[in-house]
Design a protein around this ligand. Structure first.
Ligand code: C2G
Length: 131
């Protein structure tokens, strides 16, 4: 049976940390589905508008070789629903979310992977703004 992996993120100002987690997530199964956070969800989560719109972020993530399918993640509370909808066998998240999705362990395997050090969207935005 093919194993489906699911992961979630905003993936704003796409960088190598994003690429690495997507590639590592893909290695946990045969098919990778990625939930890209909606602009409205991002506003609630991070209190700022993403640099790139949800359509642009979905286009970038969807173009990656490791990604089989993208969809819009509209709410953090819908994780269980998305896991069921896509028939995910594994949920992969970066370890900034460690422990936060353990309640899904009755539905699928839950894996937290270490973040790529020293790179983040916030740091990139600051670096670009400050020259
Ligand atoms: N990430 C990483 N290394 C970095 C930066 C990010 O491995 N240096 C990972 C994060 O851990 C996350 C993914 O890349 O798993 C996407 O990061 P964000 O865009 O910051 O995602 P976030 O806004 O945390 O959204 O439902 C959960 C949310 O949608 C996750």
């Amino acid at each position: 049976m093919a194993r489906t992996v699911i992961t979630f993120g905003t993936f704003d100002v796409f960088h190598v940390g994003h690429l690495r987690i997507i590639e590592r997530a893909a290695s946990y199964g045969d098919r990778l589905v990625v939930g890209v956070s909606a602009d409205a969800l991002n506003k609630v989560k991070k209190d700022r508008e993403p640099v790139f719109s949800e359509r642009e972020r979905m286009a970038i993530v969807g173009a990656l070789e490791a990604v089989d399918e993208v969809f819009l993640e509209e709410s953090l509370e819908l994780k269980r629903h998305y896991i069921e909808q896509f028939g995910a066998d594994v949920l992969v998240m970066g370890d900034d979310w460690a422990g936060r999705f353990d309640e899904m362990k009755d539905l699928c395997e839950v894996v937290y992977l270490p973040r790529t050090p020293a790179i983040s969207t916030t740091a990139l935005i600051e670096k670009i703004a400050n020259g």
